[in-house]
Ligand binder design. Sequence first.
Ligand code: FES
Length: 96
Amino acid sequence: MDIEKNGEALILCRCEEVTEEEVLQAIREGCRTLDEVKRYTRAGMGLCQGRTCGKLIAAMIHKHTGIPIERILPITTRFPVKPVMLKVLSGLHGDE
Ligand code: FES
């Protein structure tokens, strides 16, 4: 997998623009699962829900802690949320 280069920082999570250094700092601070890194950095909270960055972050956790990959994956995902205007929810949309 490729890691994008953005100037000096390597971006691991494109959706939330979380860098490799931010993930490494989370691991240094004690994060040992994808969900812990997610809560610490927001990596994995974006539109793809970690489908793109999850494996990269899991590989980093494995590399720096020795925890087997199968104990790190999968990441907890949420359904995509789409904003809905209140007038649509109230049924008062359109020419009414
Ligand atoms: S790349 Fe991380 S949530 Fe999409």
